[in-house]
Ligand binder design. Sequence first.
Ligand code: GLU
Length: 418
Amino acid sequence: MASKSSETLRQVQAQIKEACDLLGLNNNYYEILKQPLRTLEVTVPVKMDDGTVRVFTGYRSHHNDVMGPAKGGLRYHPDVDFDEVKTLSMWMTFKCSAIGLPYGGAKGGITVDPKELSAGELERLTRAFTRAMSDFIGDDRDIPAGDVGTNAQVMAWIYDEMSKQKGYNMPGVVTGKPVSIGGSLGRTEATGRGVIIALREAAKRLGIETKGATVALQGYGNVGSHAGMLAEELLGAKVVGVQDHTGGVYNENGLDAKALAAYVAENGGVKGYPGSTRELTRDELFGLDVDFLIPAALENQITDENEHVIKAKILVEAANGPTTASASKKLWDRGVFVVPDILANAGGVTVSYFEWVQNLQNFYWSLEEVNGRLERLMVEAFDAIYEQHNELKIDMRTSAYVLAIRRLAEAMELRGWA
Ligand code: GLU
């Protein structure tokens, strides 16, 4: 049987084909876009604290770089495999193109549970992986960032290791760095902020009042927690249910997103949160009678098996690929407004782009400048994708792909690729 990640890869290929056909492109474009341009698989031996050596496998994929250097995060998770990394790199190409960033798509990862490693082991693993990728990444070719299981400290080690390899400081080699060493103000909450901007725009189009509206969230890591806090702060909405890898919590009067974030930072997950009145399973969370559902965890969470439980009016994909293609079509057909990942979660890579620009110019922006530019790019992209969805009578995901692939195809044609 095909693995889960190779099935996801196949679904993305079908999505690309559909958009290429809608655009009436000749088959060359699909043939180029259906797989990465180049990939790297490395073996990374690491000396563990107890003196033994563990050998890890790391991956990096450049899906397409016709628009500029490849860009995308690094994931440390036990389920990482080559097909997952390839698929995630493809989504990055379409995300960057849909937003209009001068970047191609990349992604990388290591098959590891970072929670099982000490800080020293994590640092040695990250530095060894960076050395193994040192010819593949660079501020002019491929710029990694954070993703599931990695954080600003991991980015700091990558920056430092690459700088040591090259003999000069290269802050633009990686984004999501701590602010004190060249990170951008606003990067930490950028993905969550973009998710809330996308949700606000969707609600506006559908005539749904966000003040007092209810939200269910899956995942309460960096993206989920900031989306939750900003849903309360910027929209006046109420986060009533959250589920993560430790359990699920619910309170019909609101969980207090900020207090929950502080609890998760202390305890590693939502389980046991004192502000909860009852526990929830994943599908109970998806089935809550809420206005907005925000999956902010991993891919393939909403499938043909459980999509029927969803009651939300708007589903905003904060995670990459949380809904399978078939479940997404079913939801759309029964009136759930699905804001696709490549639009909804693009705030993160957008502020990564701002960070890289600041690094290359050695000129740093205020938080107002970062947030103002993020707001503008997110709203412009939402508008363009929404208008096209109305015009062509296609769902928002297909519209986002059509927009992204139209731009990529034009660039490939002008550069003589197809
Ligand atoms: N990992 C994030 C994503 O999936 C951010 C990537 C980046 O900032 O380069 O979009």
